[in-house]
Design a binder for this molecule. Structure first.
Ligand code: SAH
Ligand code: SF4
Ligand code: F3S
Length: 440
């Protein structure tokens, strides 16, 4: 039986897209290969967010040429955000050994193209034309990603996503609710709603909201209330919201809904107003701090995470110091730091030269990293002695691990049989990235 191997780079949305690709490959009668070397079809689902992510794909190219010498029938497919933004095939021309190269939304044609290249692979009948309607091959029974929106209209000046994924498209409320209900019936406990600006979700079919929900105006908040009412689902998580759309209705949902995890990932990118302006984030430092203050007033123990770009065009030491002070004011539990990487086609690449040296970027990156590690260690100490609920998602050598509602990694003793269950764990020791405890 022919088999496939998928490598996914980039964000959770890409992971969810790969689950859809997997559904089609399985539907064609293929099995998962143990290694890339033993696969007949290789799919690389790419990310373009930074140059380093694209460079990894060029690196794979050399490997494909070698693999094809051993298996001449091998079909190599490259999809995701790289083909998505590569309108004039400039990136493709640097790739070797690739047979199929297509943006995410064209994945529905993959079965047809594969069967044309290898007649032993049978195409699938009646495939949906909209890739988001394909059912993902969920990697776990108890946890699932649910993409509710793709693309973005925001055009932050540094960002490639509106080019690679196109403008914002929202999935119908009805298909989202059906997917979550089906997941719940299948035993799913935790869902993660995905969108580039997830809290900008606008239902194309608002008539499917429950009547009891009709007094609210924010569709994303309404969606959270709907999902909260679905029996079986225990945890709702979402990423990534934009500060502009964190309005009061959504803050209510975040702080009131019992199934909402006790974590918010709210990208800020910079703590300096001039930099935020040049990034076209469309909000100020003060606006962001106000949201955090409001949320913490309602839920003091909520964990908050963010994304920060260091060394954006023209960022001075003083401007970076504002990012450090914003970090301290927000007391983030986690933050993902990226060194600014110019992306061709974006406004920043055209009008704001990449003036900050790599050395400076690295220096700033480390400063933030050190501050984050100090902060998170201090914050994690406060869990010692407390009992928290943990959704166990993995087990190895007598230890099992999972996330707390704050999305902190917890490890305790236990076996495979606990995977997919929620356990109460008393925390005994805290490190930066692991809370160690014992099951109650
Ligand atoms: N839609 C999400 C995130 C999209 S990209 C949002 O709006 O927050 C994920 C993260 O990659 C961003 O939050 C940003 O921190 C980082 N990023 C995006 N473009 C980048 C670039 N050109 N250079 C460095 N980091 C970048
Ligand atoms: Fe990119 Fe900005 Fe859209 Fe996020 S909101 S995907 S950073 S353009
Ligand atoms: Fe990368 Fe595309 Fe996600 S650029 S971060 S894979 S949306």
């Amino acid at each position: 039986m022919p088999n496939y191997f998928i490598t996914t780079l980039g964000c959770q949305m890409n992971k969810n897209d790969s689950e859809r690709i997997e559904t089609m490959l399985r539907g064609m009668g293929m099995d998962l290969a143990e290694t890339e070397e033993s696969a007949d079809v290789i799919v690389i689902n790419t990310c373009s967010v930074r140059q380093t992510a694209e460079d990894r794909v060029y690196g794979f190219g050399r490997n494909f040429v070698e693999l094809k010498k051993k298996n001449p029938g091998l079909i190599v497919c490259v999809t995701g955000c790289m083909p998505g933004r590569d309108k004039d095939s400039r990136l493709r021309s640097k790739l070797v050994g690739v047979d199929l190269y297509f943006p995410t939304k064209d994945m529905v044609y993959l079965p047809q193209w594969l069967s044309e290249l290898n007649p032993d692979l049978r195409p699938m009948a009646d495939l949906e034309k909209d890739y988001l309607s394909l059912k993902p091959t969920y990697q776990k029974k108890f946890q699932a990603f649910v993409t509710i929106q793709t693309g973005c209209n925001h055009f932050c000046t540094y960002c490639v996503v509106p080019f690679s994924r196109g403008l914002e498209v929202n999935r119908s409320l009805q298909t989202i609710l059906t997917e979550v209900r089906d997941l719940a019936v299948g035993g799913c406990l935790e869902i993660t709603l995905l969108g580039q600006i997830v809290n900008h979700y606008q239902a194309p079919d608002p008539e499917h909201f429950s009547l009891g929900n009709s007094y609210q105006k924010n569709d994303f908040a309404k969606l959270l209330w709907e999902i909260n009412a679905i029996l079986g689902i225990q945890r709702i998580h979402w990423t990534a919201p934009h500060p502009l759309y964190m309005n009061d209705e959504l803050i209510d949902a975040l702080t009131i809904l019992p199934k909402q995890v006790n974590y918010l990932h709210l990208p800020v990118q910079s703590g300096n107003n001039e930099v935020l302006n040049r990034m076209n984030r469309r909000h100020t430092r003060e606006f962001y701090l106000d949201i955090i203050t409001k949320i913490k007033a309602r839920k003091p123990n909520i964990a908050i995470g963010t994304d920060i770009i260091v060394g954006f065009s023209g960022e001075t030491d003083e401007q970076f110091a504002d990012t450090m002070s914003l970090f301290a004011a927000c007391d983030f539990d986690i933050s993902y730091h990226a060194k600014y990487s110019p992306r061709s086609g974006t406004v920043a690449d055209k009008v704001f030269p990449d003036t900050v040296t790599m050395e400076r970027k690295k220096e700033r990156w480390w400063k933030l990293q050190v501050l984050m590690e100090e902060t998170v260690l201090r914050k994690n100490q406060s869990y010692v002695g407390k009992t928290i609920s943990v959704l166990i998602d993995d087990a190895k050598n007598g230890w099992c691990m999972g996330n707390s509602p704050e999305m902190k990694r917890v490890q305790c003793m236990g076996g495979e049989e606990l995977v997919g269950t929620i356990q109460s764990v008393v925390i005994e020791r805290a490190e930066e990235w692991i809370l160690w405890g014992q099951r109650k």
